[in-house]
Design a binder for this molecule. Sequence first.
Ligand code: GLV
Ligand code: MN
Ligand code: MN
Length: 421
Amino acid sequence: MSERAEVDGPRLLRSLAAFAAIGATPAGGVNRQALSPGDRLARRLLAERALSRGFAVFQDAAANLFLRRAGADDTLPAVLIGSHLDSQPTGGRFDGALGTLSAFEVLEALEDAGVSTVRPVEVVAFTNEEGSRYAPGCMGSMAFAGLHPISEWQAAMAPDGERLEHELAATLGALPEATMRHARPDIFAFVELHIEQGPVLERENVPIGVVTAIQGTKWLEVTFTGEAAHAGTTPREFRKDAMAAAAHAIAALQATVMAEDPQARLTVGRLSLEPGSVNVIPRQVTFTIDLRHPDGIALADLEALVRTTCAIAGEQWGCTTAIRPLLDMAPGTFEPALISAIETACRSRGIACRQMTSGAFHDALFVNRIAPSAMIFIPCRDGISHNEAEFVEDRHVLLGAATLLDLTLDLANRTDALAGR
Ligand code: GLV
Ligand code: MN
Ligand code: MN
């Protein structure tokens, strides 16, 4: 006998707490970077839970992890739900974990209620969404969507000195009970629940955001190379100061990019220099630029501005300038039929929602290339994310998970194609 499936709130909150303990930082956040031992532990915990509930466990060559509950017609394309389990080095407890664990709660809720669905439902935890240990972000979902084979990044080196190739093999090897998937399964639709990571929902007191689009992102790595020289004896005209060039470029970009276009975002998040001695003029400075805009053409114009500004700064300080692209994500728009399905799910529970664009990138941006996709947002305190202080109210977690459950049930029982595809 089946009953109405409902999210088990206390179980989901316990689950979030259990995963937050893996890689927990003293300041209350999470450091569980992609393919690290902590990431492996989190994947293991999720896979063990899935096996104990009788769900099938798979992983693919990119170490994307899949947990499958069979459908009444298991040959039909699956409804895919989930997010990622990796975190920033000083990340919060919800970025990624919320969507992955809520998706698993959906599987458990269906199982508890004995509800069968026409289509199979799969939970996914994509590999390396954050991109902080190995750039670019969204490696797992890009590989899943067939945009880049994971082998393309094998030589990537983490700041801690580990090659991706080694860490990927260790991660795959740590889950021998998972069946290896060599071909991508057919996907009917993908839905990712996530925290907003911005201030809009909280400010407007709206518990659910229906994401219609994701803005574009480019990551660039800029290197100025000059000449190491004595700090005290070298006059201005002899200095080839890589740090001065970097400071000049960064200050010029910060003064123009966002000031001139309120939709633009520019961040210099990582900087290193050589040789790094108090009284030596820096020979080389390398820094990253994270550049975002909802409009792809405006984003390309911003990249051109970054290139010109850096070239001018390098020239002024006698340095060579090299710019290496690390990531290039075009903006994307989500499937209208899924957007309205989310709104219907909210309406039928009397939950207020509003449409919005995501300022953050997400795995759904890439899955959207191969299957209709959409995202559900919930508010986070003060809009803070990528920060150990990231906080979400329990009631919002439960509303987000309930919406995901209703939507999953709706999609997993549809036999007609989604409109527009
Ligand atoms: C995702 O982590 C992003 O940086 O947008
Ligand atoms: Mn995320
Ligand atoms: Mn993130």
